[in-house]
Each structure stands twice: as structure tokens, then as C-alpha cells.
Write a protein that binds this ligand. Structure first.
Ligand SMILES: CCCCCCCCCC(=O)SCCNC(=O)CCNC(=O)[C@H](O)C(C)(C)COP(=O)(O)OP(=O)(O)OC[C@H]1O[C@@H](n2cnc3c(N)ncnc32)[C@H](O)[C@@H]1OP(=O)(O)O
Length: 192
């Protein structure tokens, strides 16, 4: 279970990209990020949700923690892989949304599960932006077991695609923007 073993062999990002430039109003290092939508399975307060909290780190990184409870099992005593992928989707999406302040959705999410993640353990996830190419935003993350310098248990990389706000109102609830704003007014007023 060596973390040195290269599981992700394909080039990343897969296309030429521009360096990701954080938005002028992006929160700075040390900022504890707010819930982006209070009914979000990843960061909201729903029963059985992941209840993730994130903080902006140095060099446009976002640090997130996910504590695995009995509600998150796949095999007895072990986290379900799909929920681990969900935790990475949340951490990566948080990095994209907060640092770039661009509305975007996950187009592709790859995960490498390197070690089992037991109930009661906490994954310390560090997400970073890798590059942008027009509407395409590439990001990746490592999840370390039980401490910020623990062994890497999960790795992920993702493509987010920038969308217009109509994406949410036409495919989700018609009052999606009001729902976002009720949770977090300032973010959604940057790019109304
Ligand atoms: C502060 C905020 C914090 C937020 C945290 C939230 C975390 C959670 C985030 C989510 O879970 S989002 C929900 C899960 N994702 C979705 O529901 C997205 C569903 N898919 C879509 O709506 C559309 O497929 C999508 C908007 C992603 C793209 O459709 P479009 O018609 O707008 O664009 P298009 O298909 O032309 O793709 C744009 C580019 O991306 C590329 N692309 C899209 N999907 C891809 C894919 N899967 N693999 C590779 N490339 C892909 C596509 O090839 C193209 O490249 P080029 O510009 O070079 O031609």
C-alpha cells in the first residue's frame, strides 16, 4: 500500500491550460469557508451528510476534513468508496468555487483508493487548482489518513465545467439562486 506507487499515469491536466488565477475577491489563506448551500450533502447540516468544513491554505490550496461515521460504511467498519468520492467532489468543488468564484459543475471525477479508510478516521484532504482552459477547470486532491501528514489514502482529480447561473434554475429548483443566497449571500452577488 505504498503511496509512492503511481496509479494516475495519464498526463494531467490532459490539455494545455492557463495557470489558475484566484479571483480578486477570493478568500485568503486561513479563511474558514462557509457552507455554500445549507442543504448540500457535502457541507450542509443534513442528517447522514458529510458535514465537511474547509479552510483556504497557502498557494491557492483548500484544506477539508471528512470524518467517517457509521452512516458512511460500505464494508463493515470501512468507508464506502462512493462517499469518499463525494468528499473529494465537495473539496474540489469548494476550491473551484471559492478561489475562482466561477459557477461550475463537476464534469469528470477520478478517484484512486490507495488505503482502506476506517469508521472513526478523518481524511485530511488538500485540493488544488491545476489549470484552466476556457470553461474547463482542472483540479486535484490528496486525502491523508488521520493527520495532515498521514499516509495518502485517496487521490482524486476532476474536470469542472463553468456554467451559466441558468444551469441551476433550469435543471434544479426554479428558485435556486434565492436558495443559494439565503445560505451565502455575498458569494452569489459577486457574479449575479
Ligand atoms: C462555493 C461553491 C462550492 C461548490 C461545491 C460543490 C461540489 C459538488 C459539485 C457537484 O457535485 S456538481 C453536480 C454533478 N455534475 C453535474 O450534474 C454536471 C452534469 N453535466 C452537465 O451539466 C454538462 O455535461 C456539463 C455542464 C458538465 C457540460 O455540458 P455543456 O453542454 O455545457 O458543455 P460541453 O459538453 O460542450 O463541454 C464543455 C467542454 O468540457 C468538456 N467536457 C465536458 N464533460 C467532460 C467529461 N466528462 N470528460 C472530458 N471532457 C468533458 C467538453 O469536451 C468540452 O470541451 P471543449 O470545450 O474542449 O470542446
Amino acid at each position: 500500500m505504498s503511496e509512492e506507487r503511481p496509479r494516475q499515469r495519464t498526463p494531467w491536466p490532459p490539455v494545455p491550460t492557463e495557470p489558475p488565477t484566484p479571483h480578486a475577491q477570493a478568500p485568503g489563506p486561513g479563511t474558514k469557508l462557509q457552507v455554500h448551500y445549507d442543504e448540500c450533502f457535502g457541507c450542509g447540516e443534513l442528517d447522514g451528510g458529510l458535514h465537511m468544513r474547509s479552510t483556504v491554505g497557502e498557494h491557492a490550496h483548500v484544506h477539508a476534513e471528512f470524518t467517517v461515521t457509521e452512516a458512511h460504511q460500505g464494508a463493515p467498519g470501512l468507508a464506502h468508496g462512493g462517499l469518499l468520492a463525494c468528499a473529494f467532489d465537495e473539496a474540489l468543488g469548494s476550491a473551484v468555487g471559492n478561489l475562482l468564484q466561477r459557477p461550475a459543475v463537476t464534469g469528470k471525477l477520478e478517484t484512486d483508493f490507495l488505503r482502506p479508510v476506517p469508521v472513526g478516521s478523518t481524511l485530511f484532504i488538500t485540493a488544488k487548482l491545476d489549470g484552466t482552459a476556457g470553461r474547463k477547470i482542472y483540479a486535484s486532491a490528496d486525502g491523508r489518513l488521520d493527520s495532515a501528514d498521514g499516509p495518502i489514502a485517496v487521490r482524486a482529480r476532476a474536470l469542472f465545467v463553468e456554467v451559466a447561473f441558468e444551469h441551476f434554475t433550469s435543471h434544479g429548483y426554479a428558485d435556486a439562486m434565492e436558495r443559494f443566497r439565503r445560505t451565502r449571500p455575498q458569494t452569489w452577488d459577486i457574479n449575479p
